[in-house]
Design a protein around this ligand. Structure first.
Ligand SMILES: NC(=O)c1ccc[n+]([C@@H]2O[C@H](COP(=O)([O-])OP(=O)(O)OC[C@H]3O[C@@H](n4cnc5c(N)ncnc54)[C@H](OP(=O)(O)O)[C@@H]3O)[C@@H](O)[C@H]2O)c1
Length: 236
């Protein structure tokens, strides 16, 4: 059986929500993890006891261009390789079609669209070396259709989807396999203020973690380019 302990997976925004659930699941599956978080000193207690041979926690801010390279370099220095990247960190600002919210649009473009592309670009040489590199982009159903006052969020997630597809095409010959995961509502801080849909009926971060774990186990010959996860009926 393949030795999972050798695989090194990077996860952005690993300190809470979907990123934390993925982190906890992959730790339990004996991966070595490199976490990119804005405040490493505020890592949840559940992770604090992990040895530094299996867990690196590095400062990473999606708005700071240099921190992506610093995080990649720190990962390679600590583990000597990168086998997977989970582009999870993201933000949501509600902006409608007729709102004049240029700053919010720019912020989502920076964090949701440009930052994952930057990490993908920097990780690519190492994922190539891995021979079975994986990129998992946590996008959204908002990367596939547009609803309500989420025009700006959708624009950023459609853009992230474009980068995900580009990586999927460009990495194929070198064994890099890329999946875009597109959930609807997930029960995290991001949706805590949603009043129009019950929290209990939202998908759970653990369900996404389960999918990420399965995707990482699949061989190069069985790639899943896109996963849609619905908690309500969707026509897409
Ligand atoms: N919740 C949903 O309904 C839903 C649905 C579809 C897709 N998604 C996507 O899933 C991903 C995770 O969302 P979530 O629901 O887990 O949200 P969340 O609970 O709000 O967590 C967001 C994560 O992203 C990190 N982050 C935000 N801005 C960052 C920055 N500038 N640099 C580095 N990290 C940053 C946060 O770190 P801090 O703690 O430092 O802020 C946090 O770890 C996002 O890409 C989101 O768009 C969420």
């Amino acid at each position: 059986m393949e030795n999972l302990a050798k695989k090194v997976i990077m996860i952005s925004g690993a300190n809470r929500g979907i990123g934390l659930a993925i982190t906890e699941k992959l730790l339990s599956e004996n991966y070595r993890l490199s976490l990119g978080v804005r405040n490493p000193e505020q890592l949840p207690g559940t992770l604090a006891s992990s040895a530094d041979t299996v867990l690196l926690c590095q400062e990473y801010d999606a708005r700071n261009h240099d921190s992506a390279k610093t995080w990649i370099d720190a990962t390679v220095k600590q583990f000597g390789r990168i086998d997977g990247l989970v582009n999870n960190a993201g933000i949501l600002h509600a902006t409608g079609l007729e709102d004049d919210e240029e700053d919010l649009l720019d912020d989502m473009w920076e964090v949701n669209a440009k930052a994952p592309l930057r990490l993908t670009r920097l990780a690519f040489p190492y994922l190539r070396k891995s021979g079975s590199g994986r990129i998992i982009d946590i996008i959204s159903m908002s990367g596939k259709r547009v609803k309500g006052n989420l025009v700006g969020y959708s624009m950023s997630k459609f853009a992230a989807m474009a980068a995900s597809h580009a990586a999927r095409l460009q990495g194929w010959d070198d064994g890099i396999r890329v999946t875009a995961i597109c959930p609807g509502y997930v029960r995290t801080d991001m949706t805590a203020e949603v009043k129009t849909f019950e929290q209990e009926k939202m998908s759970r971060p653990e369900d996404i973690a389960q999918i990420v774990n399965t995707l990482l186990l699949l061989p190069n010959e069985s790639v899943v380019p896109e996963v849609m996860m619905n908690c309500v009926f969707e026509t897409h």
